[in-house]
Design a protein around this ligand. Sequence first.
Ligand code: KG4
Ligand code: ZN
Length: 344
Amino acid sequence: MLKNMLILGIESTCDETAASIVEDGSKILSNIIFSQTEYHKKYGGVFPELASRCHIDKILPTIEKSLNAANVKIEDIDAIAVAQGPGLIGSLLIGLNTAKTLSLFLNKPLIGINHVEAHLYAAMMDKMEFLTLPALGVVISGGHTMLLKISKIGTYEIISTTIDDAIGECFDKAASILDLPYPGGPEVEKLAKLGDSSKYNFKSGQVKEKPYHFSFSGLKTKILYTVKGQSGKKENLDVIDEIEKKHIAASFQKAAFTDLIEKSLKAARQYNLKAIYFGGGVSNNNKLKEMIEEKNDLNIPIFWPSFGLSLDNAAMIAGLAYHKYTNSFDSRIDIEAKTSFCSF
Ligand code: KG4
Ligand code: ZN
């Protein structure tokens, strides 16, 4: 392994503009995140064109800030890593073209990183001394819901995905039905704390003959009908009062997490895995942590991303890039943006 290798990571897949300097894959020297949430709030979700424009404005200042915070000069960077996808095409292109320009200008290798794989690495990077493999990877973000077998960093087998909505997307949609602001996940968690989770018997979907796959669109529709009446639409008036919303939020959260936890533990048992690594924005949820710790009858360690590493960030991009670089890597300037998930 190379020592004292400094990688500049760039992340711009969705609505966070982020840059980070990481040494040797795990020592985070800076982790700067510019969140565009305030800009998108009034649209109730990410407005792609606005996201691209924000990235254009913020990407260079964010990189500069990350270099300053790390006390590193751009010439001292050994490689440039960039999230190649999945994500919004306009947003991806800003990060990718910035990274390519820096790579050419500085004559340093360019490393394209899969954003979903980086989310998995986020829970490992600052705890490498405890790395426990093979493990179950659980990616729960606004765009993805996935169970994977992690044999080693870079070698994965996808066990299951969602057949419709991602779990974070489902939280955002449930929040919108409950009139909570975007992004909805943290708001649902907050409201749920005040409610009784046994008040409504909501359930997440099961997929025929695919016991580990997820389906959350039925759960979302159930919330809609509970709030707006049978076959009600988003724009209809509520048929429940405000007090009921906290019970709906709590029952919804319990239904989504019960399903996620049951499938995760079942998969970990069947595949004989020694630990579970969570990644992605939904892994920020404290109720999820509490619930899985309670149900973990396998008694295997469960790892979570540290503060600043669960939502979109560039430290996970720069950190993972170190492993890609040190494992027979070929720098290419013609890497392309990938809007949807292909493979690792
Ligand atoms: O990983 P991330 O920042 O972006 C994607 O790659 O999608 O995840 C964002 C998602 C959003 O759907 C957001 O509502 C959800 O993570 N989220 C949460 C919480 N914090 C963020 N969901 C539930 N509880 C939370 N505390
Ligand atoms: Zn993400």
